[in-house]
Design a protein around this ligand. Structure first.
Ligand code: MD3
Ligand code: FE
Length: 207
């Protein structure tokens, strides 16, 4: 499945550009849109302030990452429908095995939808007990300007363009690196119905 060669972006960060071919990408998008009939995208809000995210989100898997006025956490059910999250697509479980070789399966597939000016500020992913496990990201649709730094907020950062079908993994020294999405480049793909970009992030939560 990982057609492309593996590039090292930084210590612990690996990129497979164009890992998923077009057919695999469109099958995956079709599966995502079937599953979101049961678990629709919603707009999370920031802890404390209650300010809305510009990104819309949903999850697949036994645990979903959510944000609301009380904080960030993992929950077994959708905050709006109260139903359990749909299962993680089999293709993504296979991709996790192939790309990470990690012994335990991912428990969360966070689905981020970027439309128009949506972006994601520089942050760390640190709500998981299993910080020894890597994180895997799949980009679909329009290109994104991804920023990756180091484990301190004020350290140096670099920009990497992420295109549809690209797969990235973050482990070891990169697991707690600051990262974010500066912007999405409109008009670079027609893969997503209604336009924009979808990112799938697979994570192990429990140790
Ligand atoms: C680097 N999402 O949901 S995925 C997130 O494209 C998130 O939607 C971005 O950051 C997106 O938390 C970036 C790439 C990513 C994911 C997890 C990481 C990069 C990471 C964890 C550690 C270091
Ligand atoms: Fe993140």
């Amino acid at each position: 499945m990982l057609r492309a060669s593996k590039l090292t972006v930084a210590d612990g960060v690996f990129l497979w550009p164009g890992a998923l071919d077009m057919k695999t990408q469109s099958d995956l998008v079709a599966e995502i849109f079937r599953k979101i009939e049961d678990a629709p995208f919603y707009r999370p809000v920031m802890p404390g302030s209650g300010k809305a995210f510009s990104v819309e989100e949903t999850n697949f898997g036994p645990l979903g990452w959510i944000s609301d006025r009380s904080g960030y956490r993992y929950e077994p059910a959708h905050p709006v429908t109260k139903r359990p999250w749909p299962s993680i697509p089999k293709l993504l479980l296979n991709l996790w095995d192939e790309a990470t070789g990690y012994a335990a399966p991912p428990e969360c597939c966070l689905v981020n939808l970027y439309r128009g000016p949506a972006k994601m500020g520089l942050h760390q992913d640190r709500d998981e007990a299993a910080l020894g496990a890597p994180v895997l990201s799949v980009s679909l649709g329009e290109e994104a300007v991804f920023r990756i730094g180091v484990t301190s907020r004020k350290g140096p950062t670099r920009s990497v363009k992420l295109a549809s079908g690209d797969v990235l993994t973050f482990g070891g020294p990169a697991r707690l690196a600051y990262h974010g999405i500066d912007r999405v480049v409109a008009g670079t793909s027609r893969l997503i119905p209604g336009g924009g970009r979808i990112n799938l992030t697979l994570r192990r939560i429990t140790s």
